[in-house]
Design a protein around this ligand. Structure first.
Ligand code: SDX
Length: 431
């Protein structure tokens, strides 16, 4: 046995193997722990538990490093596109020209949504949250696109993945247009993935959308920054649901539901809400900082803190720079940006935030960029979901192909009543 960890329980010493990752991180392999010691581990929130081995994304929370298949996210944001980064995450390498062309043709061919699905969109209440609509519609895809007869399992998975990547963008735009009572705009074969989305969202018969390459680049960068983030809450939901060998769409629908939470992907919408409240209070942010410092107050400063990053989220730095570039190009002055920058400046000097290693995360500036692009606030988390889709898909596929695959079924430490007996009604004491 190579490197090991020793556990002493009572008068017995047990040895467990230690696994070393390709970046040198260490893990104690407890797959045999209960069998040899009768003990389990306890780790609420799984902050110390590795659920899998993965070759997709590497994060170093202390150094603020994020790499997709080994390539730094800074390089991908500068040099790649969201479609190319999606191919990289799913297939493990940057595409050749031929592979990228084939992938783009597949994305185009699968960009339409089944016409019968439009009835679903029109029958949601106008007030329905776009994340609830998206989660339902992605799950419904299996009903409209059942397994392909005559296709091998691998062929079927490639079509399922590409279909989902392409349709999720169209579904988001349809949902928005119908919620506004506007005519649905169809995808066009002559537009790139991101340009198509902007056109489907904002083109109209009376005011054709004027494509701006800088806005298309900004959207590519936004989605590249969101594309994957190893075993976060929503990805873990996709892996857990996928471990039951359910179809891809159902597993992704679970991930969309998890991302909706304000502590996770819903934070980008919550950040804007918080900045608007500070703006409405004349810019006075001290009450918000005081609540954030108060351990008895469940309030969290939205867009700050991270389970893994204990330094500046590398994505937030790129997002902030993109915000400045887009606002300058559009010649927009967004007062919420002034407030966000001031809040960041004050928080990073504040002892509480310094002591708790609380820095801006990806969500802190994301909403300001989306506002500049014209995306409505209640669609901010949908934008996160579209960006995270290639990550969820790649993680789901890695799990399906994992030789160590097991149905996810954690244990517990039972702290309830010991055995007692059934009482008939007249035996029960009135409380
Ligand atoms: C995303 O996991 C991922 O990778 C997620 C993500 C991705 O790409 O998938 O990066 C996307 O979800 C980013 C995070 C977006 N959420 C928010 O911005 C919401 C605000 N942030 C917090 O809720 C919080 O920071 C979390 C949930 C993100 C992380 O919290 P942890 O790791 O569970 O830590 P914790 O809640 O146990 O907090 C540790 C301490 C506590 O204080 P003590 O009780 O130890 O004194 O830090 C404090 C917390 O009170 N704290 C905060 C805070 N975040 C943590 N205090 C005030 N404001 C905050 N934002």
């Amino acid at each position: 046995m190579g490197e090991t960890a020793k556990i002493i329980l009572g008068d017995k010493t047990y040895e467990l193997p230690v696994i070393t990752g390709s970046e040198g991180e260490k893990a104690i392999d407890i797959t045999k722990l209960r069998a040899i010691t009768g003990h389990i581990t306890y780790d609420p929130g799984f902050g110390n538990t590795g659920a899998c081995k993965s070759a997709i994304t590497f994060m170093d929370g202390e150094k603020g490093i994020l790499r997709y298949r080994g390539i730094p996210v800074e390089e991908l944001a500068e040099k790649s596109t969201f479609v190319e980064t999606s191919f990289l995450l799913i297939n493990g390498h940057l595409p050749t020209r031929a592979e990228l062309n084939r992938f783009s043709v597949l994305l185009n061919d699968h960009s339409l949504v089944h016409e019968d699905m439009q009835a679903f969109f029109t029958n949601f209440p106008r007030s329905a949250h776009p994340m609830g609509i998206l989660s339902s519609m992605v799950n419904a895809l299996r009903s409209f696109y059942p397994k392909l007869d005559g296709h091998s399992k691998d062929q079927d998975i490639v079509v399922q993945m590409t279909r989902l990547l392409s349709k999720v963008r169209t579904m988001a735009a349809i949902s928005y247009k119908i919620s506004m009572g506007h005519k649905v705009v169809y995808p066009r074969p002559d537009l790139s993935y991101c340009a198509n989305f902007l056109n489907m969202m904002f083109d109209s018969p009376v005011r054709p959308y004027k494509m701006d390459d800088d806005m298309v680049k900004a959207l590519n960068v936004f989605w590249i920054l969101h594309a994957d983030h190893e075993q976060n809450c929503s990805t873990s939901a996709v892996r857990l649901v996928g471990s039951a060998r359910v179809n891809l769409y159902a597993a992704i629908s679970a991930g969309i539901s998890a991302l909706w939470g304000p502590l996770h992907g819903g934070a980008n919408q919550a950040v804007i809400q918080m900045l608007k409240e500070i703006h409405a209070a004349g810019g006075d942010m001290e009450p918000f900082l005081a609540r954030a410092r108060d351990r008895n107050d469940p309030f969290r400063l939205m867009g700050f803190g991270h389970r893994v990053y204990k330094t500046y989220d590398p994505r937030a730095k790129i997002m902030k720079a993109m915000v400045h570039k887009v606002l300058a190009k559009l010649d927009i002055h967004d007062p919420l940006l002034d407030i966000a920058q001031k809040l960041e400046e004050v928080a990073l000097r504040d002892a509480y935030f310094i002591d708790h290693n609380l820095y801006p995360n990806v969500d802190f500036y994301a909403g300001i960029l989306l506002r500049a692009l014209g995306i409505p606030t209640d669609m901010f988390t949908v934008m996160f979901a579209i960006g995270r889709l290639p990550g969820w898909i790649s993680q789901w596929k890695e799990a399906q192909d994992d030789p160590d695959w097991k149905l996810h079924r954690p244990r517990q430490v039972y702290v309830g009543k010991n055995e007692n007996k059934y009482l008939y009604m007249d035996e029960r004491l009135e409380l």
